[in-house]
Design a protein around this ligand. Structure first.
Ligand code: GLU
Length: 313
């Protein structure tokens, strides 16, 4: 049986962008008769207070998007809040360290973003390897000034996979991704490690998320393989853009559920989203449950989707 998941980072109220992602994750799992897990990605606990996670549950349930396990509901593979899972991440981190795959990195943010650093097409910096070969002496000296972040050495190898929606995608890990960090200087584990460990240990075999995370997927697949964990299927969905073609963001409060709920019913919101995602020709109101039978990935556009003016205003 398929197991999908919602994996929100609740740093504010649910907004249309993550709502679209939750809807497709839910439909994709339910259309296969599968289960859904709610995992709260609150690694950065200060930015993601519990109150937002609780509101997020209310918002999802108001929309009719339920889950079988996770969140405040708990379940056999908890805890389901990443902020409570550091001990689990530490085991995997320590194992990688024992294999000699990690090294401390003392570079500051400004050094990393220096104009000379190579950038990926999505704007992220490719780590130039500054701290890759520090001597034990240099590490000792630098550690006196600040606690290091930890990076993993990636091989000079191509990693390709077939996305269930967007098709083949590949990257050379060294040239296109670079050594990425797994733990911050303050001890907080990185999303890239947490998401892999959690999806594997929670039995998730279907990852549905925005195409902004497509370029994180090769390094995550490499981590699954390196850690000996089963690799899930990935489906990346197009992003929703506003009528001017800009990406939606939490800063745009008018598209938060809090605002939308005052103006639309759940069925109106879902019906419009279903139309944008190609699941019905007209934006007529629909319940989440009624959309399961209409769901198929090949109906969903591959290009980012512009929301027509006036639709969620
Ligand atoms: N927590 C991430 C977000 O809210 C999603 C991570 C994932 O789906 O892998 O953007």
């Amino acid at each position: 049986m398929a197991t999908g998941r919602f994996a929100p980072s609740p740093s504010g109220r649910l907004h249309l962008g993550n709502l679209g992602c939750s809807l497709l994750a839910w439909l994709s799992a339910r259309a296969e008769g599968g289960r859904v897990i709610l995992r709260i990605e609150d690694l950065d606990a200060e930015r993601c207070p519990r109150r937002y996670a609780d509101l997020l549950e209310e918002d999802l349930l108001w929309l009719g998007l339920d889950w079988d396990e996770g969140g405040s509901r708990g379940g056999p593979r908890g805890p389901y809040y990443q902020s409570e899972r550091s001990e689990i991440y530490r085991r995997y981190f320590d194992w990688l360290a024992e294999q000699g795959m990690l090294y401390p990195c003392f570079c500051s943010r400004s050094q990393l973003h220096a104009a000379s650093a190579p950038h990926r097409s999505d704007g992220q910096v490719i780590y130039p390897g500054t701290c890759r070969n520090l001597s034990p002496e240099e590490i000792r000296e630098k550690s006196k000034k600040k606690p290091p972040a930890w990076r993993v050495r990636v091989p000079d190898a191509e990693l390709s996979f077939v996305d269930g929606h967007l098709g083949p995608y590949k990257e050379n890990l060294a040239a296109d991704c670079g050594d990425f960090y797994l733990r911050r200087g303050d001890g907080v584990y990185a999303y890239q490690l947490a998401v892999v460990v959690d999806d594997a240990l929670m039995g998730v075999d279907q990852v549905v998320r925005g195409s902004d995370l497509l370029s994180s997927t090769p390094r995550q697949i490499w981590l699954y393989q390196t850690l000996g964990l089963p690799v899930p299927r990935f489906f990346h969905l197009p992003l929703l853009l506003d009528s001017a073609g800009e990406r939606l963001s939490k800063r745009n409060g008018s598209q938060s559920l809090e605002e939308l709920a005052g103006r639309y019913t759940p069925e109106e919101i879902l019906g419009r989203l279903a139309c944008l995602y190609g699941l019905q020709p007209e934006p007529k109101p629909r319940t989440a449950a009624s959309l399961v039978a209409d769901f198929a990935w090949d109906k969903v556009p591959r290009q980012d989707i512009r929301i027509p003016q006036g639709w969620f205003e």
